[in-house]
Design a protein around this ligand. Structure first.
Ligand code: NAD
Ligand code: MG
Length: 384
């Protein structure tokens, strides 16, 4: 039995992770579930999966959850401190980090600090503080198993390999605006951006896919996970989303992992590694595969990807600034306060304005996140 905590159980990844748990009752036991503010779903999940404890980050919802679960042997905690601390419990073997954004950093960091294996969906954690996260994982012998489909693909390709990687190819669907002209891009709405051609995900990552910021974040995520130099990471637009990513080895051989667009596969693999567990999920059909296209991304049309490379090359607190500005800009776009094509402009201007810290501490990241959010908010206000 692997005893797991699912952080962000009410989100897209969290819900799919619970489907995986449901299909592997002999192998997985849920110890802890957490949510930001969706008390209703958290309570329903708790009644079904009977965890040892639940955490609701929004403290105003505490009494609702506590009262609803009063008849059950389930401890109820509230607030962000409880969320960060709960992962340290000794009855947890693995933590699925599936909170979205910077908010996932403290809990992921603490899980690794207490030596827990982490199944990592929350890529923003590595974007913001990749150096600290990887160092903490190494020092505490805490494995990080990627859940992000591209990184899971690379991880799977590397099983059984000893030599160094020559380069990796991160595939990108290109999102809903792949074939839009600049003029069309200026007019896109929130509803257009929320229609992803191949994946169903939470709102924030769906917007990141439309702007290709997501792929930029994944480049930074790959750098940290696989210890790569920027020039070893190449993004390829692959609209069919069948090849989830590829690894090129020193003899020129290229390995790829293929699959349907179903996050349950990488989630299950993160839970089962180094084993594989059976799944009754639909299989990939070669009829879907008559055409597999690969082409270079257009960084002029999608400047967010270039900004990610710039942030990665500068290092220090710059990726943290980029992430914070992006969280603010995406929120503004979702609330109809920012047009789509202004999104990268907000990010670039925030990166420009914020001061540089070459070797940030945990507190430096905390302060950078706060200050960059303030700067981005101001820039958006000035644009309006
Ligand atoms: P989502 O918005 O559907 O769910 C987010 C979860 O985090 C929810 O349970 C929410 O309650 C919780 N949460 C949000 N803010 C919080 C806060 N301040 N404090 C505590 N909890 C909070 O997001 P998602 O699509 O499931 O994505 C989760 C993470 O996984 C993201 O980092 C995303 O980039 C990554 N990811 C998602 C997918 C996907 O297919 N959805 C694929 C690859 C990677
Ligand atoms: Mg991905």
């Amino acid at each position: 039995m692997k005893r797991i905590a699912i952080l962000g159980s009410t989100g897209s990844i969290g819900i799919q992770a619970l489907e995986v748990v449901r299909s592997h009752p002999e192998q997985l036991e849920v110890i802890c579930l957490t949510a930001n503010s969706n008390a209703e779903l958290l309570m329903e999940q708790a009644k079904t999966f009977n965890p040892d404890c639940v955490v609701i980050a929004d403290e105003e919802k505490y009494t609702i959850v506590r009262d609803a679960l009063a008849q059950y042997p389930i401890k109820v905690y509230a607030g962000s401190d409880a969320l960060a601390q709960v992962v340290e419990q000794s009855n947890i073997d693995m933590v699925l980090a599936a909170i979205v954004g910077y908010a996932g950093l403290p809990s992921t960091f603490n899980a690794l600090k207490s030596g827990k294996a982490v199944a990592l969906a929350n890529k923003e954690t590595l974007v913001v503080a990749g150096d600290l996260i990887i160092k903490t994982a190494r020092e505490n012998n805490a494995p990080i198993i990627p859940v992000d489909s591209e990184h899971s693909a690379i991880f799977q390709c590397l099983v059984g390999e000893y030599g160094p990687v020559e380069k990796i190819y991160l595939t990108a669907s290109g999102g809903p605006f792949l074939n839009h002209t600049q003029n069309q891009l200026r007019l896109v709405t929130k509803d257009d951006a929320l229609k992803h051609p191949s994946w169903v995900m939470g709102e924030k990552i769906t917007i990141d896919c439309a702007s290709m910021m997501n792929k930029g974040f994944e480049v930074i995520e790959a750098k940290w996970l696989f210890d790569l130099k920027p020039e070893q990471i190449e993004v390829l637009v692959h609209p069919q989303s069948i090849v989830h990513s590829m690894v090129q080895l020193k003899d020129g051989s290229i390995k790829a992992q293929l699959g349907r667009t179903d996050m349950k596969l990488p989630i299950r693999y993160a839970f089962s590694f180094p084993e594989r567990w059976e799944s009754g999920d639909k299989r990939l059909s070669f009829d879907d595969m008559r055409l597999l296209e690969f082409r270079q991304p257009d960084t002029e049309k999608f400047p967010c990807l270039a900004l990610a490379y710039e942030a990665m090359n500068k290092g220090g607190n710059v990726p943290c600034i980029l992430n914070a500005a992006n969280e603010i800009a995406v929120e503004a776009f979702l609330n109809n306060r920012l047009v789509f094509t202004m999104l990268p402009k907000v990010l670039a201007a925030t990166m420009e304005k914020h001061h540089f810290i070459a070797n940030p501490t945990f507190d430096d990241y905390l302060n950078t996140n706060k200050e960059a959010r303030r700067i981005a908010t101001e820039i958006i206000r000035a644009m309006a």
